[in-house]
Ligand binder design. Structure first.
Ligand code: NAD
Length: 272
């Protein structure tokens, strides 16, 4: 199953151990990242949403994962238990991947102003942004010799994307949290960055109204006129999580075939 993607093999992560959250199935961005890290020699613990064992276990088995644990980031006891499992297995870690987001479907369509509720707003911010602060703190406590932390964000934090709505606000909070965490953890030798992929065909995208359309629009509006590849996103994660990423912290790196740099699309070019 790790062969679904062409992940370059090597030893960039040899001797490094860490946690990858957010694998729900083989389309998850976290899965592509885990497959790439494993192909470069990393030892990985997978933390997955409770109830996902049946899907996640075989994926983990295919890349030699021996430590799996459920985690629901809205439940402190669950997060405590998951990090205890990792501590018991690894002692210390070198990297941490936060790839968790959620917003109610009703918040991901139509008018942002009309459809955003207090409950939905706080839920999205809790799961998609606070969970990063909470888990990054716990991960950093297992990194006495320094390390590298990444999260996943989307350009809907910077610009108003149709239907992305509350999640865009949560991603803006997440990106600010990356900068503050980078400042706090920098003196401890821990780097903190965000990867910002273009739209990719995952469960999360399916939850956004018109999510499939975001793929075609992202492709057509991108500089390269192509989809964001799992290999590209995983490659960026590998760079940031390995020693190749030395000296880079607090950044939001776009991996979106140049979607974020574009102004007008070509079909809007007119001499009129
Ligand atoms: P995905 O649905 O495969 O991953 C989201 C993960 O969040 C799932 O594994 C889910 O189990 C987990 N999760 C949700 N609530 C949780 C909770 N309470 N506790 C623990 N885990 C929980 O989809 P994905 O697209 O791979 O998303 C991963 C990250 O990438 C998200 O942060 C997403 O916003 C971001 N992202 C996705 C895209 C895209 O187009 N798919 C683009 C840019 C950024």
């Amino acid at each position: 199953m790790a062969d679904d993607y062409q992940m370059p093999k090597g030893e960039l992560m040899k001797g490094k151990r860490g946690i990858v959250t957010g694998v729900a199935n083989h389309q998850s961005i976290a899965w592509g990242i885990a497959a790439q890290l494993a192909a470069q020699g990393a030892e990985i613990a997978l933390l997955h949403l409770p109830g996902m064992e049946r899907r996640v276990q075989p994926l983990g088995d295919s890349i030699g994962v021996k430590t799996l644990a459920p985690v629901d980031v809205t439940d402190d006891a669950s997060v405590d238990a998951a990090f205890e499992t990792v501590k018991a297995a690894f002692g210390t870690i070198d990297f941490f991947v936060h790839a968790i987001a959620f917003a109610n479907k009703d918040e991901l369509k139509g008018s942002f102003v009309e459809n955003t509720t207090r409950e939905g707003f706080l839920r999205a911010l809790n799961i998609s942004a606070f969970s990063f602060v909470d888990t990054a703190r716990r991960a950093a406590a297992l990194m006495p010799d320094g390390g590298s932390i990444i999260t996943l964000t989307y350009m809907g934090s910077e610009r108003a994307i149709p239907n992305y709505n509350t999640m865009g606000v949560a991603k803006a909070a997440l990106e600010a949290a990356v900068r503050y965490a980078a400042r706090d953890l920098g003196p401890k030798g821990i780097r903190v960055n965000a990867v910002s992929p273009g739209a990719m065909r995952t469960l999360s995208l399916a939850g956004i109204s018109g999510g499939r359309g975001m793929l075609a629009k992202g492709r057509n509006l991108s500089a390269m006129k192509e989809d964001t590849s799992m290999e590209g996103v995983a490659g960026c994660a590998l760079w940031l999580l390995s020693d190749l990423g030395k000296s880079t912290t607090g950044e939001v790196i776009h991996v979106d075939a140049g979607f974020h740099i574009m102004g007008f699309s070509d079909d809007e070019d007119t001499d009129a």
